[in-house]
Write a protein that binds this ligand. Sequence first.
Ligand code: SF4
Length: 271
Amino acid sequence: MQIKIGWHGKHFGEEPPLVGDQNQGAGGIFFSKCNLHCVFCQNVQISQCGLGQDYSVEELANIMLGLQNQGAINIDLVTPTLWWKQIKEAVEIAKSQGLKIPVMWNSNAFEPKQLIRNMNGLVDIYVPDFKYGDDELGYKYSGIKNYSAAAQIAIKEMLWQVGKFKTDINGLGERGVVVRHLVLPNNIDNSLKVLDILAGIDIRLHISLMRQYYPLNDLTKYPELMRGVNNEEWNNVYQHLIDLGFENGWIQGEDSGAVMIPDFTKEKPFE
Ligand code: SF4
């Protein structure tokens, strides 16, 4: 069975323990198409326009082994949800042929518990992006119902499988869960709710609070998304993170907007 990949190679756009130094990098495999259709998607070329090439499961396993040989510190499966069956098969083949580095599942968390359960024992690090505490917003921006409850169930399953995030003796991610959240302009209540929900799951979670939102695509129907997050909004969310008592994780700097947008029509989309 074929699998469509938008781009693969080493990349350095993840949290520090997930990329290592400049000679290491995450072993990125960006899959084409996505189970959500977010109006603000920053990877729209591959997630919604379907840019990419077809590969067999065996070829995908070889890509994983090749990334390991190039010094990548993990296999970073980006937007993997729709392709989980082929990915499972490819990881099994790659592991049988010497894949040793951690396998990372980098998704939007809108995934049935059983789908995540199927990856048990094959995935070492889960990096779910918890997008919405507010279900109405999930419907408005991503066209899905009941996002929040579904994502919470998925994240609890991930925690059950691999536990809290931990690094090896070199400070590189080895196992566990890192929960991301992208702050959206004019939607701060959603971010506060997301943090409240995550605090209820486990205050020791590693949280990655992202400020990289930058308006792309046709957003004429969503004028509130036509700018980046301002300092007041960001400080509100950050202060709530601190007030709740989260101590583990990362926050993005003020200048992380447009610079983080990849162009997948280029051979090196992140440069
Ligand atoms: S879940 Fe992520 S990759 Fe998929 S459409 Fe939304 S922003 Fe894009």
